[in-house]
Design a protein around this ligand. Structure first.
Ligand SMILES: [Zn+2]
Length: 441
């Protein structure tokens, strides 16, 4: 299973456009026929719009099928399944719910090896080869070893796991020292955990271990500022992949640019604008919508991921691949913005200062309950003092120009998602009420 999919992924990424389209049309035909024949939900929906998978011979008719989202899945859980959920080979899964309730669904038990085939094929673009030691800092609960360091080792995969929930300066110093003894290895991280390591290296004036061959960052948005800082500090490229538990779209960085290539054999991908039309103009943004080929237990057909990206083109100038190129993938906006007094939105990245503002800060997070006011929670590093508080207030104040009053608050811990992912904006204002606020003004 793994080998076949791995080989296919490696080959298919270089297929010419015509071959990709032929393959996708045949796989789409298969999944749509299965859904229509076996899943009550899809039969009802396809019938309601007059869509017949049997007579589909181009991509166009697909656009008559309504898109679905998390809520559709939550409301039609078993009606979307093509077989009994009690059968062997059916797994139950859930996604982390940073911005709302977790989503539950079903999928094929075999998808893990398929998923891993695509992941390793992606990582190989960064120079990784199966069997190389991998340093993992990604929200796993890791127990302390006999030296008291939160580190576990899997000798079969050659993965070293460190606890991203224990990132004090002392622990990071120990992690980095240990990583330095592993020989040529790769980092597999959340963008936020590798940023924390990079910030620690800067403020403690240490050098990054030179045996780290590359950095693979996944599962969170990669902000351009983070990428630059991490690449500067480690002297290695930060390579990123994009995917989701629902397994409809997977994209991996290009080896020659910071853009993403969508894997053409993983699912059928569409980039749709606010009105549901395909984005075809380079530079315009659209929502990532996918029809997964991997999950046959509960097909996700035209599933809106809630993530958005910029359309670059259908051909990569840098590497020559002939399929869709996207960049700047962003998630749900409630985790991205603060609301000014006039109801306008301020992306938190506009406040992510690259000077010495956060020099003695281990981690920070914005929290907002009412428009026009916010708290910046600061988890101090050792050298932090009152001067830092004044500098943060002054520098952020200059950027905000009175649109938002910010209070600096020192805290001992900053909450992360249940899977250890960073939450940069703890936005307590419901999105409906902030648009109301804006309309009133
Ligand atoms: Zn490329």
């Amino acid at each position: 299973m793994f080998r076949d999919h791995h080989r296919q992924a490696l080959e298919a990424q270089w297929w010419p456009t015509e071959r990709v389209r032929e393959y996708q049309l045949s796989r789409l035909h298969g999944i749509l026929t299965l859904a229509y024949g076996k899943a009550a939900f899809y039969r009802r929906v396809f019938d309601s719009v007059g869509f017949r998978p049997a007579v589909m011979n181009s991509f166009d008719p697909i656009q008559s099928i309504p898109t679905i989202d998390r809520q559709t899945v939550a409301e039609n859980l078993t009606a979307m399944c093509t077989r009994s959920i009690t059968e062997i080979g059916v797994d139950f899964a859930s996604t982390g719910g940073v911005s709302g309730a977790p989503l539950h669904f079903y999928l094929d038990a075999s998808r893990s090896s398929v998923e891993y085939a695509y992941l390793t094929a992606s990582w190989e673009r960064a120079g990784y080869r199966l069997g190389m030691p991998m340093v993992t800092l990604r929200g796993r609960v890791v127990r302390a070893d006999r030296r008291g360091m939160c580190h576990e080792y899997d000798p079969i995969l050659r993965h070293h796991y460190y606890s991203s929930f224990h990132m004090s300066d002392d622990n990071m110093a120990r992690y980095l020292e240990h990583i330095g003894t592993l020989g040529p290895c790769f980092l597999h991280v959340y963008p936020s955990t590798v940023t924390a390591l990079a910030r620690f290296l800067v403020r403690s004036e240490r050098k990054a271990p030179t045996n780290i061959q590359g950095i693979i960052a996944e599962s969170e948005i990669v902000y351009p500022e983070q990428r630059k800082m991490v690449e500067d500090v480690f002297g290695r490229r930060l390579f990123s992949c994009y995917g989701q538990s629902e397994k409809v779209v997977m994209a991996a960085g290009c080896e020659k640019s910071d853009d993403y290539h969508v894997w053409p054999t993983y699912g059928y991908f569409e980039l749709l604008d606010e009105n549901g039309y395909p984005v075809t103009t380079p530079g315009e943004r659209g929502e990532l919508v996918g029809t997964g080929f991997i999950n046959t237990v509960m097909p996700f057909i035209r599933y809106r991921t809630g993530d958005w990206a910029t359309y670059v083109g259908d051909h990569c100038e840098a590497c020559g691949r002939e399929h869709i190129v996207i960049r700047d993938i962003r998630g749900h906006r409630t985790q991205e913005v603060l609301i000014a007094d006039d109801g306008s939105e301020i992306p938190w990245t506009a406040l992510n200062m690259h000077d010495d503002t956060f020099l003695h800060v281990r981690q920070f997070q914005f929290m907002q309950e009412v428009p026009g006011k916010a708290v910046v929670r600061i988890m101090p590093a050792d050298a932090f003092n009152e001067k830092d508080v004044r500098r943060i207030a002054r520098n952020l104040g200059q950027k905000l120009k009175g649109r938002l009053v910010l209070t600096v608050k020192r805290v001992d811990t900053i909450a992360v998602s249940p899977r250890g992912k960073a939450i940069y904006v703890d936005q307590q204002i419901p999105s409906a009420s902030w648009s109301e606020h804006r309309n009133r003004k």
